[in-house]
Design a protein around this ligand. Structure first.
Ligand SMILES: Cc1cc2nc3c(=O)[nH]c(=O)nc-3n(C[C@H](O)[C@H](O)[C@H](O)COP(=O)(O)OP(=O)(O)OC[C@H]3O[C@@H](n4cnc5c(N)ncnc54)[C@H](O)[C@@H]3O)c2cc1C
Length: 505
């Protein structure tokens, strides 16, 4: 008699960002034998931070969707980290927008306060404001179905989703079909226009903005005390406890293919590893066009890379300052009289200043990290400068730090003399440490053109290969990166006729 012996499948995962760690955790929970190959020496990918003279410069989390138990994402996060053990802080004021004429708009997370503030400051746009806050109030009752990957939906799942979404269909269509810029352009008051343009990337659809403010209103988009790297480290710990293995400083150069199926990887060093399945949770462009040499693309996938807009790259100019900034909100978008000249920068003129006093773990007692986050599409300029003229690159970084410091000094006073450390991260830094295409901070922008449909996590003509992370989910973000890893584990389990199981804290 022939007895089938079930063997444990080996899975190689490229990238220990949130998507790679998540895929690893869920595959381990389901009996797969996984190992991650990560180019950097840290987990988290863009969800990271670094130390400078006792200060922690946090690169990533502004808000983590799913920070409260009332949100469905919370229960998914809780499968990866002990959510009760993390202290989250919510903000009453998401940000403040200040224009050179001395005007200011406070973007409250309470929808009634926000409506009142906006109408008070921009009465001529009352109709537009009410329409925005009214939509947000309606979406408070909207819950994204997140537990099951759409690719493994059965008939009942599909029907449940349709019924859940039905009351919101018109609104979903309306707001996802309009960009923030289009809405902002309808404002007659320049302050309100700048406020909308500052809340998120103006090319993004309005639904993204509305859902974000709804999550903040529900206090389910908090900041985890300890910051981004600490959060990523907790997922790394979970993965290792589940029996996973991470190979750091292991940059994948090539994905090996045999008989139309991915069966391993080759590192930059030439070292090879084999597996039954390969998952890339690394940058999408280099996965498809370098590691797989562009051999597994069709017109649709090529179309994404030819025509879809990515989130821009950024400069993060940070200062460790030996003083407190008690009476300020967490974020202020400053529009200085003289716009900041950072390279040949894109039209995003406002400088987003973040004040990290709300997390005492990020600076020594009585001191604060303040940062300026400047979005730019000039990744090539920065990359060339760093590679070809490193001295000029350093000089340019210093010049920008000086300009930003001047802006901070003018706005807050008593900053310059108290600066203990300065740090400038450029698009070249982002590309070097995370390998994200064009130094993008979040993959594909979720524009009205992309609509509500998803992206394939598989490539045509290639078996045993999957992708996860912000290059396969437009709009990117931490919960979507985490969910894409989870979804992938469900897809792989279904293919292997296994029941998908999870365990939680
Ligand atoms: C400044 C900033 C602010 C943000 N703010 C928020 C926020 O407030 N809320 C939110 O939800 N999201 C936010 N995001 C977005 C969110 O962090 C990302 O969308 C998400 O973390 C992406 O995770 P990922 O695993 O898909 O990709 P990544 O984090 O890019 O991870 C990919 C990993 O793959 C590795 N890798 C790449 N190439 C190779 C290779 N060849 N070999 C081996 N390893 C490789 C990289 O080193 C990296 O570790 C922010 C991002 C940034 C940068």
């Amino acid at each position: 008699m022939h007895v089938e012996v079930e063997t444990t499948k080996k899975v190689i995962i490229i990238g220990a960002g949130i998507a790679g760690l998540s895929a690893g955790c869920y595959l381990q929970m389901n009996g797969y034998d996984t190992q991650i190959f990560e180019a950097h020496n840290l987990p988290g990918g863009v969800c990271t931070a670094w130390k400078r003279k006792g200060y922690t410069i946090d690169n990533c989390i502004h808000w983590l969707v799913g920070s409260s138990a009332s949100d469905r994402f919370y229960h998914l996060w809780n499968e990866l980290v002990d959510m009760k053990g993390i202290k989250f802080v919510d903000s009453e004021e998401w940000m403040r927008v200040e224009t050179p004429d001395g005007r200011c708009m406070r973007v409250f997370t309470d929808l009634d306060r926000l409506q009142q503030e906006m109408i008070e400051k921009s009465p001529a746009d009352e109709g537009l404001i009410r329409s925005f806050t009214g939509a947000a109030k309606r979406f408070v009752r909207f819950h994204l179905p997140v537990e099951k990957a759409p690719a493994v939906f059965g008939l009942m799942d599909g029907l449940k989703m349709i019924f859940g979404m039905l009351p919101f269909m018109r609104q979903l269509k309306k707001w996802s079909g309009m960009s923030i810029q289009q809405y902002a352009d309808r404002c007659s008051d320049p302050l309100l226009k700048k406020t909308f343009e500052s809340m998120f990337m103006p090319e993004t659809n309005m639904l993204f903005l509305i859902m974000t403010i709804v999550w903040m209103y529900k206090k389910s988009a908090g900041f985890p005390i300890g910051g981004s790297l600490e959060f990523a480290r907790q997922i790394e710990e979970r993965y290792l406890k589940l029996g996973g293995k991470i190979n750091y400083k292991s940059r994948v150069a090539k994905i090996s293919v045999r008989n139309g199926a991915a069966n391993g990887i080759v590192l930059d060093s030439g070292e090879e590893s084999t597996s039954d399945i390969v998952v890339s949770a690394a940058d999408g462009h280099s996965t498809i066009f370098d590691m797989l040499e562009g051999k597994y693309v069709d017109a649709k996938i090529k179309g994404y890379y030819d025509s879809y807009e990515t989130f821009p790259s950024y400069l993060l100019v940070s200062f460790g300052v030996a003083r407190k900034f008690d009476d300020y909100p967490r974020a202020i978008v400053l529009f200085p009289e003289q716009p900041l000249t950072a390279d040949r920068i894109s039209k995003y003129e406002g400088v987003m200043v973040r004040i990290f006093g709300f997390d005492p773990t990020l600076a020594p007692e009585g001191k604060t990290v303040i940062t300026a986050w400047i979005l730019t599409r000039e990744h090539e300029y920065w990359d060339n400068l760093k590679r070809t003229t490193p001295k000029e690159y350093e000089a340019e970084k210093n010049r920008i730090a000086e300009e930003v410091l001047e802006i901070m000094e003018k706005r807050f006073g008593d900053v310059r003399s108290k600066v203990e450390t300065t740090d400038v991260c450029t698009p070249a830094t982002v590309m070097r440490y995370t390998n994200n295409w064009k130094g993008s901070f979040e993959g594909w922008l979720w524009t009205p053109e992309i609509g509500l449909g998803g992206m394939s996590k598989m490539l045509p003509g290639l078996n045993s290969f999957y992708m996860a992370g912000h290059w396969v989910v437009p709009g990117g973000g931490l919960p979507t990166a985490m969910k894409s890893g989870r979804d992938l584990a469900q897809i792989i389990c279904k293919k292997d006729n296994k029941k998908f199981i999870t365990s939680r804290f």
